[in-house]
Design a protein around this ligand. Structure first.
Ligand SMILES: *Cc1c(COP(=O)(O)O)cnc(C)c1O
Length: 821
């Protein structure tokens, strides 16, 4: 591993060094939550939208971190002589300078990939195909941001034969900075699309910004079917070696024909006048789009078409998902099949820590050898062993000969197996119970067999929840908020149907400021599961006041009865300074104090010194509807007026909040101190943020297919017919699962093999039937009830209701499965 002296690093950053002890630096740290090894580590106190690394300095010094880069004037007085400090004006820029400096030490060829889609897949596929011949150093997962790129480039080392880094941008000006860090020799532009368009005035502007990455490359690969790209590339870079792919004539690698064969695709390609064929084990269009640049790159490296064809046939899907499943014996399974690298292991271990805080859960890791990491075993496995130790893993099980050879690095009770089969034979003897178990294997180890043995198999209708999409949506909202505005996430009604603890834990990990629940039991459940964020209970019932106080929940006080009763409960427990939140009615006419009641409220609160007013809030009745904008503005004004009166009357200050999801988008001027985000987290916005993602997918499968002739009837009351000879499929989801019975008889549709199929007959309690006559479907095929391809909004329109009702109506018996990408 390469190390630099702290003096050298201070120089590179252009910072002022406060030196306590000479030190060398080989590790860059940026996330205080995942510091597992402090030795030779340098922590960059980065300030994000919400997280500020400067808040964690004491904690990090305690963990043994000895070197820091901080903003000028931000060295805590108590720590000045406890570590080395580099003061800079811009911490992120310092990180980038350090990476750029590191980059200069290496001459291995560097390929930079940018584009709106496909960056990660193209990078991973190239690595899959050449990774056994050369040591490829690459961006972990999709680390392609202003922070991700420097951290990726830092992985360059003496053994690197070739490096592949992704670069992604969301705002003008960012690519210049990434270019200086990556200094690519070769460039690859996947596609130009609409992603992150909101910060650019035009597609042209975004294209020009992206092309900046390639200003000094010698060779550039691009998609010539995109005319905008083709013209720009030729105009700007006439002197470069330009290699293109696409269907159009005159490209370097031309796609002549594609044939779909079951689950494969056979492609006829032309290169340098020769025609050749490859097969890929995928049949979707996106895979075709991604394989062409990868093949072109291999051709450029000198691989022959025959050789490439052998490799494309063996490609594996790039699994970005980290799945959370319920295991047998109350175990929690985290399944990660990502083509392993050290950073992804670290991220998975963090996720394990985050999810295992549930009471009494110990942590277990089942890990295979890490393949194609770009590190030698001698460097890799000590790092792995260290992480396992630092993350307080209780049981470690390793599979593969490299791990076996390095067994001595691990705890004495760690167990090792040469193959997955050997582990499978021994699996029952481990008697896993109430453990959080991370199962992470490179694909060739087929760890899905381990997961298959350990997962709890139930009713096969599942609701999948994409925790990364949830985080993405949260960050989209944060971006349009002022930096000081706090965010309360509403997790009432089982987090809009998506689950309680898991969602709250993910939000807590993202430093959410507050959570909101409807009833005290929901809050108690979260507290018992280890959620420590402040929680407001919107409907505190008198009988739950004891629990509210005991579990540090904070009640919404909406009338005098509740105010008096809660005060009494607080006095009985002899507590002081108990936080409450006062609800005002500004026009919704649901809960809350009205304007007329303010004088009495002030009088009453003055008699209750045990209660501390943490916030005062109100709720908008029609924040999503333009037609009522006048009314909404009136509500906001009334709210301000009432708050002013309260502040004056009580001579105290408190936070104010009134905006829900749609309000955040449509009335940004009314953010006050906090906002309450609900449905927007799930991707249902008011139209101003165009990059929200779907979070929840409801899926089932076809349990049986049978032929039905034109004159036969289907289901209860003989309500369904096909009107022609055809086939129906039985799907094990019914109205008891939350599938609204009004979707019967063709009113609703589901997705099978990418096609919409109508529901036939009446929906039953536990199942329903779909018309499969026009689809080439088989038993066992997946059926999507709603998700990316069939949005909840569509279903809501059909049922004349709103997405809220559909989401919260999915029964608790439907298993929730969580995953990260
Ligand atoms: C449910 C709720 C919200 C969140 O509303 P969304 O429309 O889902 O954003 C905010 N505030 C209160 C008081 C709520 O009950």
């Amino acid at each position: 591993m390469i190390a630099y002296s702290i003096r050298e690093i201070a120089n590179v950053c252009g910072g002022k060094l406060l030196l306590n002890k000479e030190s060398s630096i080989s590790r860059l740290l940026w996330d205080s939550r995942s510091v597992y090894d402090a030795s030779e580590g340098l922590f960059f106190a980065l300030k994000g939208n919400r997280h500020d690394g400067h808040q964690f300095l004491y904690q990090l010094v305690d963990k043994g971190v000895g070197n820091f880069v901080v903003k000028e004037g931000k060295i805590p007085d108590g720590l000045r002589d406890k570590a080395n400090w580099i003061e800079v004006q811009d911490v992120l820029l310092a990180l980038q300078k350090v990476a750029a400096f590191h980059r200069q030490h290496f001459s291995a060829p560097v390929l930079a990939i940018t584009g709106s889609n496909g960056k990660t897949i193209v990078k991973e596929w190239i690595t899959q195909m050449i990774g056994n011949d050369r040591l490829v150093t690459r961006s972990p997962r999709s680390f392609n941001s202003q922070i991700g790129v420097p951290l990726s480039v830092w992985l360059l080392n003496d053994k690197t034969d070739i490096a592949i880094f992704e670069a992604g941008i969301s705002q003008p000006g960012e690519m210049q900075r990434l270019e200086k860090i990556i200094r690519p020799d070769m460039g690859l532009f996947t596609t130009l699309g609409q992603a992150h368009q909101e910060n650019f005035t035009s597609l042209d502007e975004k294209l020009h910004e992206k092309l900046h990455l390639f200003k000094d490359v010698k060779t550039l690969f691009y998609n010539a079917d995109q005319l905008l790209v083709k013209d720009a590339v030729r105009q700007y870079f006439p002197e470069k070696n330009l290699l293109s792919w696409g269907r159009s004539k005159g490209v370097t690698l031309q796609l002549l024909e594609e044939h779909e064969l079951d689950d494969k695709m056979r492609l006829e390609l032309s290169y340098g006048g020769d025609v050749f064929y490859i097969e890929i084990p995928f049949s979707d269009k996106v895979s075709v789009a991604n394989i062409l640049p990868a093949v072109l790159f291999l051709l450029y490296l000198g691989y022959t078409p025959e050789n490439i064809a052998k490799r494309t046939a063996l490609l594996e899907p790039v699994a970005m998902r980290l799945e959370l499943k319920e295991g047998t014996n109350r175990n929690l399974l985290i399944n990660d099949t990502y083509n392993s690298d050290v950073t992804s292991l670290e991220m998975a271990l963090d996720f394990l820590a985050q999810q295992s805080r549930k009471k009494g859960m110990s942590r277990t890791v089942i890990l295979s050898d890490l393949l194609q990491t770009g590190l030698s075993d001698e460097e890799l496995y000590p790092q792995v062993a260290n992480m396992i130790k630092e993350k307080e893993i209780d049981r470690f099980i390793g599979v593969g000969d490299a791990l076996m050879r390095h067994a001595s690095l691990f705890d004495s009770n760690a167990r090792f197996f040469e193959t997955t089969d050997e582990l499978l034979r021994e699996l029952p003897s481990f008697r896993f119970s109430e453990e959080a178990i991370l199962v992470k294997g490179s694909r060739s180890y087929s760890f899905e067999r381990i997961v298959g043995q350990m997962e709890l198999k139930r009713h096969a209708t599942v609701m999948e929840v994409n925790l990364d999409a949830l985080t993405h949506n949260l960050n989209q909202y944060r971006r349009i908020l002022k930096p000081q505005t706090k965010v309360l996430a509403m997790v009432k009604a089982f987090s809009y149907g998506s689950g309680s603890y898991e969602i709250a834990a993910a939000l807590q990990y993202q430093n959410i400021d507050y959570l909101g629940v409807a009833f005290a039991d929901e809050g108690v459940e979260l507290r018992r599961a280890g959620i420590s964020v402040p929680i407001i209970v919107m409907n505190p019932e008198e009988k739950s006041f004891g629990q509210i106080i005991e579990y540090h929940l904070e009640p919404e006080i909406y009338n005098f009865r509740v105010l008096e009763a809660f005060n009494k409960a607080v006095a009985a427990e002899n507590r002081e300074e108990v936080p409450i939140h006062i609800k005002l009615d500004t026009g919704m006419h649901r809960m809350g104090f009205s304007e007329k009641e303010l004088d009495e409220l002030i009088f009453s609160l003055k008699q209750k010194p045990r209660l501390r007013i943490k916030s005062v809030f109100s709720h908008l009745a029609a924040s999503d509807s333009q037609e009522h904008d006048g009314f909404t503005k009136m509500q906001i004004e009334t709210f301000e007026k009432m708050c002013r009166k309260l502040k004056r009357g009580l001579n105290t200050n408190f936070w104010m909040h009134i905006l829900n999801s749609a309000g955040i988008e449509r009335f940004p001027e009314a953010q006050f101190d906090m906002v309450r985000l609900g449905i927007g987290l799930y991707g249902f916005g008011a139209g101003k943020i165009d990059s929200l993602r779907n979070v929840v997918t409801l899926k089932s499968f076809i349990s049986q297919i049978k032929p039905v002739s034109a004159h036969e009837t289907i289901g209860y009351n003989r309500a369904g017919t096909l009107n022609r000879d055809g086939r129906i499929g039985i799907v094990p989801i019914g109205y008891a699962d939350g599938l609204n019975r009004h979707l019967s008889n063709g009113h609703g549709k589901m997705i099978v093999r990418g096609q919409q199929v109508p529901i036939v007959g009446n929906i039953c309690m536990d199942m329903c039937m779909v018309d499969l006559t026009d689809v080439n479907a088989e038993e066992g095929d997946e059926v999507v009830v709603f998700g990316d391809d069939y949005p909840v909004t569509m279903l809501a329109n059909q049922l004349d209701t709103i997405p809220y009702e559909i989401l919260t109506g999915i029964s608790r018996r439907v298993v929730r499965v969580y995953y990260r990408e």
